[in-house]
Ligand binder design. Sequence first.
Ligand code: ADP
Ligand code: MG
Length: 474
Amino acid sequence: MRSQEFGPSLEAQWVRVRARLKGEFGEAAYKSWLKPLTLVSVEDGTVRIAVPTRFMQDWVRQHYSDRIKTLWRAENKLVRTVEIVVQAAAGVPAPQPASHGGTPMRPMATATGLRAAVSATAPAISRGGEENEDFGAPLDPRFTFQTFVQGKSNEFALAAARRVAEEAKVPFNPLFLYGGVGLGKTHLMHAIAWHIRKRHPQRRVVYLSAEKFMYQFIRAMRFKDTMSFKEQFRSVDVLLVDDVQFISGKDATQEEFFHTFNALVDQNKQIVLSADKSPADLEGLEDRVRSRLGWGLVADIHPTTYELRLGILQSKAEKLGVAMPPKVLEFLAHKIVANVRELEGALNRIVAHSTLVGRPISLEGAQEVLHDLLRASDRRVTIEEIQKKVAEHFAIRLADMHSPRRARQVARPRQVAMYLAKQLTSRSLPEIGRKFGGRDHTTVMHAVRKIDELRAADAAFSEDVELLRRMLEA
Ligand code: ADP
Ligand code: MG
């Protein structure tokens, strides 16, 4: 299979793969990591896709390549593998290897001819990612102080956020918010940003995820334009960076983040950071960065209490304008304890269901609709039990559930275990990922999809998984 044999449909296939990726991973991740991908060649069942830097290569391989492969294969059965290679785009200098740990551009022996073949059939394939987009991320209009419900578990973080939003002087720098998934960190950061923008439209408020910060920086390096990157950030009045745990370990970006951070603090500009752990517990950070992050005010958000969950449900139901029997709200507040996001999801499901079937909301109806969710939280199968059972069943070592090995004979059972963990426990994707040797939530997401696909295609395999599920539930 050579590029030419794909004919004009090659372009269309790639466009469709990209569209699916965008739909699945969302606008932000797509822009940061997937849009810059370029199709280089398709040969002997191998699709070669280029990224501009070594760092991006690692990231895309780790987080997206499985999915890219599956999507390609859905488009074209002849595709067997997908290779992510580093290649600077035409006319753009490759990043300097010494200064940021990237590899020099290594042209592939066969690339030129194939690229010519590809571009002859597919002139419209674009590299993307070059346009000058605003470097902040948009704010969610729902995330304001008005819609944030106060409770014991978040009152300290809320008070700190309000101070930062309302005070003319910088009260503490940085404000560091931390807590588990779905407990309101992003909500509070957006609330601060909204508040300041409204009160002081002249102040430059920038909110973005740490992932996006990294991407901006990498892109600047690629274009040898780190000066304007620096200028961009250093001219803001309030900088809010969400999920900074993503920055840990990436040396050059960590360094740059730290410089930006210091420059802003020196100019007395407000910084707000969030993470899933306290500065002291963040892994992969240099000590001086870690300690510096803890200099301001560190505020944690604890897991929700029953009262807070009930308060949030009442406020959301009111906003939705639906009559919820108090019994149903109490029931939900009792049963769905993992985080606020799941709580909202449950409420939305119940409302959607009652609208669809045209029946008023009742406790019985709610129990029925949330059947799967509730069963999962009732049974309390642990992820450890799942790993043990699945390892036994497939005769692999328990350690391979955590190991980085990617060989099919251990990777597949691991995916089955992740899939079952998602089905049988109320753990979030990141929590599950962490229990499998610190894998990313997207890896878990892939596993769940993969197993779903395999189950649909292979009845024997499906039965196998079902059997495991029943054993675990017993
Ligand atoms: P995190 O960033 O900590 O993972 P988010 O801020 O994205 O969590 O919150 C998840 C969802 O829960 C959002 O829809 C948010 O509005 C909602 N939420 C969390 N805490 C509260 C709260 N105290 N009051 C109202 N909504 C909340
Ligand atoms: Mg968040």
